[in-house]
Design a protein around this ligand. Sequence first.
Ligand code: 16G
Ligand code: MG
Length: 547
Amino acid sequence: MNTDLLRSSSDKHPKPTDIAFQYGTAGFRTLGSTLDSVLYRVGVLAALRSRKLDGRTIGVMVTASHNAAQDNGVKLVDPRGEMLDGSWEAHATTLANAPTTEAFLEAVSTLIRNSQIDLSKPAHVVYARDTRPSGEELVRALEDGLKAAGAEGRDAGVTTTPVLHYLVRAINTKGTADAYGEDTQEGYYKKLGDAFKELVQGRPPLDPIIIDCANGVGAIAAEAMSSILANTLVFDLHNTSIDKEELLNNSCGADFVKTQQKSPPQLVDVLKPNQRACSFDGDADRLMYFYHDENGQFRMLDGDKIAGLVAAFIVDLVKTAGLADEISVGVVQTAYANGASTKYLSDRLPVKCVPTGVKHLHHAAERFPIGVYFEANGHGTVVFSPSTLSTLSSHQPSTPAQDRAHKHLLALTSLINQTVGDALSDMLLVEVVLSHKSYGGAEWDSLYEDLPNRLVKVSVADRSVYQTEDAERKLVSPPGLQGKIDEIVRRYEGGRSFVRPSGTEDVVRVYAEAMVRSQVDELAFTVAGLVYDSAGGDAAKRPKEFI
Ligand code: 16G
Ligand code: MG
């Protein structure tokens, strides 16, 4: 690498003195206006990561997902389309925080030395951004970093996070036995679209699906997919104003629906009773379904309900295809999964609980022959292991029913974006299942009844004091607090509560559920009060609802 070029270009992207950056659960994420140096340095880091992996293509996505328009962020994608390896997250944080150009150059050479990176290898990076206005300039900073590090960059333009993940895998598997698909956006739409058409062939047409695009990049993706699907499934698109920055994720989108537990206000008059609708988030990697029942009551079908619907469908297909002895299906959830969903699934399948964050779920799901994973917040997908894929490709069905189920399983491996949660792909998957089962929202919803639940945030001076074990279900620090929580939880029928530090915000989160709505709030606020007091919070500022 050319050190002089690195030095001079790094000088053009100085680190703000007063900010400490952290590569967290979803990469770097903060105010877009502060991220210039981070993007430049991520460009250099991505080039090094690619060289470390023999020149395989690394992905970089510029997005702040469901956050407000003025925020932005960046995350790296490893060659198979999965999240950046955990050990490199620390390198990202180190490079981003080097206070000066000289310190940055020093950190780069330490990384090269410690990770034994061969600088004679080529470096390839593909990158994209969502619709945020700050993205354009941030991409230019990234390009400066790539250029300075001698990497060959490919600009995938404005697209969704899952499309970028798809592209990374498609580029790296091109021309191999496990080629993932054509390495273009059109290739992605065609792959999903063809699989969807095959899966619903011969079924009665579905009613149009209402899609809330959160005024984000999902609007572009949904539009493109809609023209490929033509009449097979009609999309009724809402919140598609990608040019009005202030509207992004504003009172709409998957995060709004999940946290507010209500429909986006723009859809309230659009929705007819029992008509199904769904929301994407700002980068279209999360999906939330909902409908209004006969009484106009909002009903949410979240990631847990999606996992229940999809896992049961795949299990049935595997059985019908005559593959039950060879392929098993497992589900991965987090502690936020509603207790009723965990019960519903555990009665049918192996279920594993892991810490919050896509990378944990994804890796755990890869250990199952077919792994279904969803966070309650709507982020998830299904992964098929290499041996499952080869079993599927060599299977010889012996009856027409087996043949049909086998073909459907094969089509599902194309319909599902196996690299990461994908709102568009997951939505098509749900639509396939609803079509096969002849379910509306209400029938799907009735698979099980969610336990009432409540999520509360507590601001504390230092959230690193809160450490957990057992997939975040138990606190080990501060000492004694878990015992107090257990004692309170015991007083509530069907009670469950856990406390964990957020990986994305400076807060501690408290989750509670119980059989009765009014008791859940009491439980959540009592535990929140314990947390507040354990942090030595100012008694005068103690939120009044904390018990
Ligand atoms: C990030 C994670 C998401 C997780 C959320 C938890 C990725 C791509 N996204 O958005 O999976 O549910 O963080 O946030 O990993 P929290 O730690 O603030 O509760
Ligand atoms: Mg997102």
